[in-house]
Design a protein around this ligand. Structure first.
Ligand code: ZN
Length: 373
């Protein structure tokens, strides 16, 4: 689950979350529809009708984005990839996959089904407009807006820049052709960045020709696409480097243990400065009681160091996230990022085996990279 998101439902075992940025978009869309789009196109409605149809359109738009994501997720699951949740955020949605597709064919179908769902929905809403026009103006207005927005959503996602759906389709084709996922991702990301720059250039051109609101929007979408393309490429590279490796391979085993009664000034001068360690298991009678990090010490003012013991400032074991030695390194790193911590104790059967730090992973990646493994 992404940070700053709330779960609103569960559909077929997949939890549906909303990111805070999405609430802003929901309000903005409703407000634009009720306050300007419908009044301009249908000037004779009473005010309450603008808001009713505006709100209904927003909710159905939200439902359409969700249907698009559910289509991806259901195909993923049918192909044996576990999907835990879908998060709706500012530019639509993301399905959280814990694994990448195993074959080009799976990726191809999985990516294509989303935009297809949007386009089919667009056609259905078009039919609503067609039947209702001349009989029920609000219903026809709702149908035509949703037909338009779903078709746009479908075609926008078909732009062949990774990580958009179209980019994934392109990647699966390149993957099939070259046999290398890494190379296919590299090329699909490059195309993604080219598309992003075209958006930015088009936006700047529009700004200079006078439509600076529209231009800013297009440039902003380009900037977003560029970010997404480069960060998903980086992420995949790291993921490939870590694939198949376990926590026990990189954890540091020499954790300087300290006892509960030690004062902070002695900890710093006798343990921290000489060893360069930043993180200490706090022990009592051979058992781990908690963990003390540089971060805990920074919160205590200097003149209290002589009278404060490590026990008073450590993070108790109960409050600590931990990893098991046989856990996948990639999964452990994602947990660290999700919790915003830099290290996790590696424990098995209540025994502390070592510490897994972000720096351990970084040097692991660097060494592998330099040796070209
Ligand atoms: Zn999609």
């Amino acid at each position: 689950m992404l940070r700053n998101s709330v779960r609103i439902a569960r559909i077929g075992g997949i939890s549906i979350n909303i990111h805070v940025s999405w609430i802003l978009i929901f309000v903005l869309v409703t407000w634009t529809l009720a306050g300007s789009y419908f009044p301009q196109n249908y000037p004779n409605w009473p005010l309450s009708l603008y808001w009713t149809v505006g709100l209904a359109s927003s909710v159905l738009f939200f439902g359409s984005v969700l249907a698009h994501e559910l289509a991806h997720s259901f195909v993923a699951r049918a192909r044996g990839l576990p999907v835990h949740d879908i998060t709706l955020f500012i530019f639509g949605g993301v399905s959280q996959l814990s694994e990448e597709p195993q074959t080009p064919a799976t990726e191809f179908v999985m990516a294509l089904v989303g935009p297809l769902t949007s386009i089919v929905l667009g056609v259905c809403f078009g039919a609503v407009w067609f039947v209702a026009r001349g009989m029920n103006e609000p219903l026809a207005a709702l149908g035509s807006y949703l037909a338009f927005i779903n078709v746009i959503l479908g075609f926008f996602n078909l732009i062949p820049g990774f990580p958009l759906d179209g980019g994934r389709v392109l990647r699966s084709i390149l993957w099939q052709a070259t046999g290398s996922l890494q190379r296919a991702t590299r090329w699909a990301s490059l195309v993604g960045q080219v598309v992003a720059y075209l958006f930015i250039l088009a936006g700047i051109w529009q700004i200079f020709t006078g439509d600076w609101v529209g231009g800013l929007w297009i440039a902003f979408i380009g900037w977003f696409l560029d970010n997404a393309a480069s960060s998903s490429y980086r992420q995949l590279t790291v993921r490939n480097l870590l694939a198949g490796h376990k926590v026990r391979e990189v954890m540091s085993r020499e954790c300087p243990e300290v006892s509960v009664g030690l004062t902070l000034d002695r900890l710093v001068s006798e343990h921290m400065l000489p060893t360069g360690a930043r993180c200490f298991p706090v022990m009592e009678g051979g058992l781990v009681r908690g963990l003390l990090t540089l971060h805990n010490i920074k919160g205590v003012s200097r003149d209290l160091w002589a009278t404060t013991t490590v026990e008073q400032v450590m993070t108790p074991l109960e409050g600590l996230k931990r990893v098991r030695p046989d856990e996948e390194l990639w999964a452990a790193m994602q947990n660290m990022t999700a919790d915003g911590v830099n290290q996790l104790p590696v424990m098995d059967d209540g025994q502390l085996l070592g510490m897994l730090g972000r720096d351990n992973i970084v040097s692991f990646i660097r060494i592998k990279g330099e040796l070209g493994i």
